[in-house]
Design a protein around this ligand. Structure first.
Ligand code: HAM
Length: 438
């Protein structure tokens, strides 16, 4: 059940448009982010900034559009994202750009292209950015959505796999999401994975005929993703499938063991899920996903991508990262009835009567701005009664009342909204006076 927020409940008493509507809607799977949504979104963005500051992640943002080949090579030709979900934009020349379906390949490109390699090593970045996937819109699945994420570039240290998981959990904790589960697995490196994939193919050889259409394709193109299938008819086969941990090399095993030890050190509870492989092609070694109580989709996921830079034509650069879906986090916060106390944004409300007072009020607001005191106004309302009603609704501590007489006498009425008492203050002193009180 959605939580009660005064703004969200606000009823439109009169139809200000006289019932007229604009005959356009937001594109399928894309949503307006309204002020009521920002009650949650602001909290999430505040949390990622706070956590990033603590763990030393710097803010990064890359263009919305990138050369489509960045994702074809990076996210991978066998991934669903590249096969089915890219918004491609043809440019005037020969190039094709894509609306970024995720952030990771762009961040790697930016790190190498801008020489950040020589400035920040390892490079630790965070983002909160919109991404686009041409999906069939459904609950928790949109065509434009926002991701918050972390990337650590140029380090293969298992401590960073653990830190990325820990930092993501800190965000969930900060936004008061309860009972978040971390599932993780290792899918090995490019050498040992081949041995595993061979075993997997052997196992699925006689079963693939009874599995879904996509799995037949996965069997030949990317057998690891057979384990990622969500179709009911394919589920029973997963249970008996060979597990990566039995086939990966000693170095990968040691790396995974190290990740688990760091997580244990940070007292992070986790579940090892031997069928977790993730849907993007670039992953190697550690992979993980986050689930929140009450929602049946992952609220975040990530892993190591030690070969992505090389695949894109860059230097050897092991890396690890994660991203969480903001809309899914908001959904989970609503379902878990996370309480967000309404904040008092304004301490005072400016009430004017007459044109002279309106002009004087405009100047006065500028002085309050300079003094760092937010004062709300409603210049579109004229009557004292309706302005006072608004001041009351805003739950401000003071109303500043400026009529023609006050302008003439260069004073202003300062009304205490709780007690209802009122005093006259010289206009020149009102900013200092309010500053003293709030
Ligand atoms: P991903 O699992 O594709 O990973 O997406 C991360 C999160 O974005 C998901 O767990 C989910 O919460 C959210 N998400 C994905 N698709 C949708 C959708 N259509 N509508 C709403 N939310 C969605 C990545 O994107 C990787 N770049 C993560 C990463 C960073 N790996 C390493 N570094």
């Amino acid at each position: 059940m959605p939580i009660k927020i005064p703004y969200a409940k606000k009823k439109v008493e009169k139809k200000p448009t006289g019932g007229k509507k604009i005959p356009f809607q937001s594109p399928k799977g894309m949503h307006d982010r309204l002020p009521a949504d920002f009650v949650y979104i602001d909290k999430i963005e505040k949390a990622i900034k706070k956590v990033s500051l603590f763990y030393g992640f710097d803010h990064i943002e890359t263009p919305l559009l990138e050369d489509i080949r960045l994702f074809e090579r990076g996210t991978g030709l066998t991934s669903e994202i590249v096969q089915k979900q890219m918004f491609a934009v043809k440019t005037k020349g020969d190039g094709v750009l894509a609306l970024r379906p995720e952030m990771t390949p762009g961040v790697v490109r930016a790190y190498v292209e801008n020489g950040l390699l020589y400035v920040a090593n390892p490079g630790k970045f965070f983002y909160y950015s919109p991404v686009f996937r041409y999906e069939q819109p459904q609950h928790g699945r949109f065509r434009q959505f926002y991701q918050i994420g972390f990337e650590v570039l140029n380090s293969d240290d298992a401590a960073y796999d653990a830190q990325i998981i820990l930092a993501s959990l800190k965000i969930f904790e900060d936004v008061k999401l309860k009972n978040v589960t971390v599932k993780l697995n290792t899918i090995g490196c490019k050498n040992c994975r081949n041995t595993y994939v061979k075993k997997l193919k052997e196992y699925y050889k006689n079963k693939v005929g009874s599995m879904c259409h996509d799995c037949a394709k996965r069997y030949s193109e990317n057998p690891l993703r057979l384990l990622d299938c969500k179709q009911e008819k394919c589920q029973p086969f997963k249970a008996e499938a060979p597990q990566t941990l039995d086939f990966i090399c000693t170095a990968c095993k040691a790396h995974f063991k190290s990740v688990l030890e760091f997580l244990d050190g940070g007292q992070v509870p986790y579940l090892i899920d031997a069928t977790l492989v993730r849907g993007l092609d670039y992953y190697s070694r550690t992979v993980f996903e986050f689930f929140a109580e009450g929602v049946d989709f992952a609220i975040g996921g990530g892993g190591r991508y030690d070969y992505l830079s090389e695949t894109l034509g860059g230097p050897k650069m092991p890396a690890v990262g994660s991203a969480c879906g903001v809309e899914r986090m908001v959904e989970a916060m609503k379902l878990q009835q996370v309480h967000i106390a309404p904040k008092q944004l304004y301490k005072a409300f400016l009430i004017y009567m007459g044109d002279q007072a309106k002009k004087q009020g405009m100047l006065l607001l500028d002085e309050f701005y300079k003094a760092g005191i937010p004062v709300k106004e409603s210049f579109a309302k004229e009557s004292l009664k309706s302005q006072l009603r608004l001041a009351d609704k805003e739950k401000v501590d003071y109303a500043l009342i400026l009529g023609q007489r006050e302008v003439f006498e260069e004073v202003i009425l300062l009304r205490d909204m709780k007690s209802g008492t009122q005093e006259t203050v010289p206009l020149k002193k009102i900013v200092a006076e309010l500053k003293k009180r709030v």
